[in-house]
Ligand binder design. Structure first.
Ligand code: SF4
Length: 479
């Protein structure tokens, strides 16, 4: 696919990282594992996955297969579902290119919502971070530093076109410069969580690339039990589905939407079962990186919910086995400090957390979206609306704080980190109140950490440092 070349000054820097090499010991298990089956019925065998991950992938994407102290795939090579998840995620860009070539509408969305309406209407929802990855990796054969620089230079276009104050530009720089081809509609929910999505969406109205814009409006402040609010959101969802279906030429009736809702309910249930088991295990069975990624599959599907569900099932099975055998996640210390994370769009670096003697147990964003199922009776749009309006993350801040305190207790967290991006007006304002409520109700220390928008991997030492110090403080408190 012809993707417009950026005139960037990508230069190789001198930093050298190694390339991930998977241990031949796991080859037999990978090859013997069942095919991964996608929504269109296509299948990928274990042998093909091994070939891609050891030959084609590292050649095309040296950056994604790069291994450094603070980046790269999880070291837990024995977790076979982890290898398969990495295959699934790394090949996402090829799938997106195929969808775009076939004319399947790829829909720009925001994080933190139910994905059923997009998939049911024949679209492929894609979040800002995935659009970044797609644009960055549309150029192949870059090393880690080259890819990092390319990503930053793409961001810079958005900053100069809009403002340096926006952490999120609704991917203005990518869509308006056609750095990826195939995004056919901009249709995010306008949740309270994000101060910048609405702003970024508006900017597209004035860009040279004119795509249909269809934000899904979302009433704020505890509306879930009000009939008018449910009806209003349901009507927004009907409009969303109609618009995407016009582009995909898929006929959508209630049965199609119910089928999609049932599939996503199953994913949500699997993720909750996984979290309950993980939280109550005497020894954490996976490290922070694998744990966060497995729980994330409850809501995220990397453009194929059928395959995502299969990987989630496989992860759950493997983790149950580990818990039975008292196996600890790779690189975790004995009795690690347990951290609960709050906030959108940013996380502590899992390599740093584990090395410092901690482990991430959960996050409010992400957990919120799998916390409730969509009731499978009545009108599917109204049921979806009811569930969305109930998401704890979108409730008034004090209530969100009380819900987080409950999860902190349930996950046996030793402390809570509220992390937000510089430029994130809503999360920065909510942080203090959530932290205070959690401290009062769960009785654990809390810290608020702002992530500077420097964003270069090399520019994050300050961020890592504060996480390490907090873990050390919690460890002293445990003695
Ligand atoms: S960090 Fe905040 S403002 Fe930025 S995209 Fe995320 S939620 Fe939106």
């Amino acid at each position: 696919m012809a993707v417009q070349e950026l005139e960037l000054t990508n230069k190789k820097k001198s930093t050298k990282f190694s390339t991930v090499k998977f241990d031949e010991n796991i080859k037999e298990k990978i090859e013997a594992a069942p095919d991964l089956v996608f929504r269109d019925g296509s299948r990928v065998s274990g042998s093909e996955m091994w070939r891609f991950m050891t030959t084609e992938g590292p050649k095309r994407y040296p950056n994604l297969f790069s291994k450094g102290k603070n980046h790269g795939f999880s070291d837990d090579a024995e977790l076979i579902s982890g290898f398969r998840r990495n295959y699934f995620n790394t090949t996402m860009y090829d799938r997106l290119n195929r969808f775009a070539a076939k004319g399947t509408p790829v829909v720009f969305i925001q994080g933190g919502q139910t994905h059923e309406p997009y998939y049911a209407a024949g679209g492929i929802p894609i979040r800002p971070g995935q659009v970044n990855g797609w644009a960055t990796n549309s150029k192949e054969n870059m090393d880690y530093d080259e890819a990092d620089l390319r990503r930053l230079q793409i961001r810079e276009i958005g900053r100069q076109a809009l403002t340096v104050d926006a952490c999120q530009t609704a991917k203005y720089e990518i869509i308006q410069n056609e750095l990826v081809q195939g995004i056919s509609i901009i249709a995010p929910y306008l949740c309270t969580r994000c101060s910048d999505i609405g702003y970024g969406v508006e900017a597209h109205r004035h860009g040279k690339v004119q795509l249909p814009l269809l934000p899904v409006d979302f009433p704020v402040n505890n509306q879930q039990n009000k009939p008018w609010a449910r009806e209003y959101v349901a009507e927004n969802l009907r409009r969303l589905v109609r618009k995407i279906a016009e582009l995909s030429k898929v006929e959508v009736n209630d049965d199609v939407l119910w089928k999609e809702i049932k599939l996503h309910n199953e994913k949500r249930r699997l993720a909750r079962e996984y979290l309950d088991l993980w939280w109550s295990a005497p020894v954490p069975p996976t490290n922070s990186q694998d744990h966060t990624a497995i729980a994330g599959l409850g809501n995220e599907s990397s453009n194929d919910p059928v395959a995502a569900k299969q990987i989630l099932e496989e992860s759950l099975k493997e983790v149950k086995e580990r818990i039975r055998n008292n196996v600890k996640g790779k690189n975790l210390s004995d009795d690690p400090v347990r951290l609960f994370i709050c906030g959108s769009c940013v996380n502590p670096n899992p390599h740093v957390v584990d090395r410092a003697g901690g482990v991430v147990v959960g996050k409010d964003d992400g957990l919120s979206e799998i916390f409730y199922d969509v009731e499978e009776t009545g009108d599917p749009y109204e049921q979806l609306a009811k569930t969305m309006l109930s998401f704890p993350y979108e409730l008034p801040t004090e209530e969100r704080g009380r819900w987080v305190a409950e999860q902190v207790k349930k996950s046996r967290a030793d402390g809570m980190i509220f992390m937000y991006q510089w430029g994130c007006n809503f999360q920065s304002a909510a942080a203090r109140l959530v932290a205070d409520v959690v401290k009062k109700e769960a009785g654990v220390p809390t810290i608020i950490i702002e992530r500077a928008m420097a964003e270069s991997a090399q520019g994050q030492e300050q961020l890592h440092n504060r996480v390490e110090v907090f873990i050390e403080m919690l460890r002293q408190g445990k003695k």
